[in-house]
Design a protein around this ligand. Sequence first.
Ligand SMILES: [Fe+2]
Ligand SMILES: [Fe+2]
Length: 170
Amino acid sequence: MLLTQQQNMDPKELAWRRWVLQSGRLWADVSGIISKINIQIIDDDHKRFTQYALDLNLIIQALSNRDVSFYNLHRGEEIFENLIEYAEIHFGHEQQIMKEMETPLMAMHMGQHAKFQEMIDNYYKDFKRGRLQMVSGLKLSILDWWVNHINVTDYKTFVLGKKDNKDQEK
Ligand SMILES: [Fe+2]
Ligand SMILES: [Fe+2]
């Protein structure tokens, strides 16, 4: 579980964050544990994609409770398509901003995005093949990766990185 990899986190805080991610339904439920980047387009993307990931969790929950209706299957497909499409758009936005910032973290950061895209593509393939049991195991992994990436890598690149650039200008 990615969240457990965050260093120096108090166990109570960690337990709280995991509970929030597991129980959240709406952006408002989870927004308190997601770092703000203070670049409007990025924060807007984060909000939108987080809601898709929460929607997917609900569908996976329903499917793993054996509520395998066509509605849930179609809804799951629709959400996966949104996730894949929006990840591409969002990562494009970040790439553009990283180029403008000339950040040394760009290659590492883009590598993480590529891995994540591969992960969602594979989950979607499994989902389409009807491997619901396997899919039920992913309930948290997309949201977990996503939140961890924002709080660690996006934060380091866009918030701390901006400060570093300012310090260099002095
Ligand atoms: Fe991001
Ligand atoms: Fe990112």
